[in-house]
Design a protein around this ligand. Structure first.
Ligand SMILES: [Mn+2]
Length: 365
């Protein structure tokens, strides 16, 4: 390889579950109110609908073109260097408006990248992978979420753009998407894309204080508290293991049971630890996916999250689970880091960055 090459710093599935609920018009109105303030005015204004639609299409095309071309170049680079079977590629999804409380995760991806390359530590992961080797880690940039929403694009379409962006990365073998959130709502379009692209369900390891499995939280079917209900309804997962759970309602347990979710709660973590540190996932399906909500960690380790929930995992607990996992990891995400709640010296950014670094190490082969 050329050592001077360093990375840029910068339904075909059976529906296994029928929906029990439908969405009311009033709920959809509430969702729209949470969006960019002039969307409804734009829709109501005396402007030809096709003018707006054509403009939206052009912006979406341009957004996808940038990601496609960057992914193509990074894929060509990795293939030219040779020897990589799987290499992780960062894709930022700066989306925060599907949060039920604070929207700060929209600002996370640039802070995480900054912390990955900040120079306070070296570029070698704990298991000896070199992050400045593009066969280990590349970056295709961010889905321009705010720029697309600013054009009046609704969430149904925005979610499709996110899915499409993930597929563009997967198009470029051996790149595997490592998605930087964003709130947890992004895991639905990301996992949908991974499963559709691979042509079948996957196993999911989901680290989180919350099960995020409400049917529709506060009426929002795309809520960050509902993403795993959408994923299970879609038939995108064979197994869903939720680890770190310590804030769960009766609906969370009922939904978990209904979808056959394996929920490991913090109150029994000492008993479950051995099993969780020796997981084998993804065999007999299209591989495994890891979704890390930064609030799976105890707030002592990661205060920069929207939903501070004491009694969580230590950073080493999480690393032991990740390092012990035997799986072909097809993609992953790190979500819910909220820079607006972080300490002044950006401690949680470093924590999120190390999660990304270590995920990179176990994803790349
Ligand atoms: Mn959470």
């Amino acid at each position: 390889m050329n050592p001077s090459l360093i990375p840029s710093q910068s339904n075909a599935f059976p529906k296994t579950h029928k929906p029990l609920f439908t969405y009311r018009r009033k709920d959809m109105h509430n969702i729209a109110r949470k969006g960019i303030h002039y969307l409804q005015k734009l829709n109501a204004a005396n402007v030809p609908a096709d003018l707006i639609a054509k403009g939206q299409n052009r912006v979406i095309d341009a957004s996808l073109t940038l990601i496609r071309e960057r992914a193509k170049l990074k894929g060509e680079l990795v293939r030219a260097l040779g020897g990589a079977k799987a290499s992780s590629s960062l894709l930022g999804v700066p989306l925060g408006h599907n949060s039920s409380f604070l929207q700060g995760p929209a600002f996370a991806p640039p802070r995480i990248r900054e912390a990955i390359w900040c120079g306070s530590t070296n570029s070698t992961t704990e298991q000896g992978k070199e992050l400045n080797d593009p066969r280990v880690l590349t970056d295709v940039g961010d889905v321009p979420v705010q720029e697309i929403r600013d054009c009046g694009v609704d969430d149904d379409r925005l979610m499709n753009v996110i899915s499409e962006s993930v597929k563009l990365v997967m198009e470029e073998d051996p790149l595997h998407p490592l998605v930087l959130g964003g709130d947890h709502s992004i895991s639905f379009p990301v996992i949908r894309a991974v499963s559709e692209k691979l042509g079948g369900p996957i196993d999911i390891l989901h680290l989180d204080a919350h099960p995020d499995i409400y049917h529709a939280f506060e009426g929002n079917k795309y809520s960050h508290a509902s993403s795993f209900a959408r994923i299970m309804e879609g038939g995108y997962a064979r197994r869903l293991l939720q680890v770190g759970i310590r804030s769960i309602t009766r609906e969370g347990r009922e939904q978990g049971k209904r979808f056959g979710v394996e929920q490991y709660e913090m109150r029994t973590f000492s008993r479950d630890r051995h099993l969780l540190e020796n997981l084998k996932l993804g065999e007999g399906v299209k591989g495994a996916y890891i979704s890390v909500d930064v609030d799976c960690l105890d707030p002592a380790f990661a205060p920069g999250v929207s939903h501070i929930e004491p009694g969580g995992l230590s950073f080493r607990d999480v690393l032991n689970i990740l390092h012990g996992l035997k799986a072909d990891i097809v993609a992953a995400d790190v979500v819910e880091f909220n820079p607006q709640r972080d300490t002044v010296d950006g401690m949680t950014a470093m924590v999120a960055a190390k999660l990304v670094r270590e995920l990179t190490a176990i994803m790349s082969r």
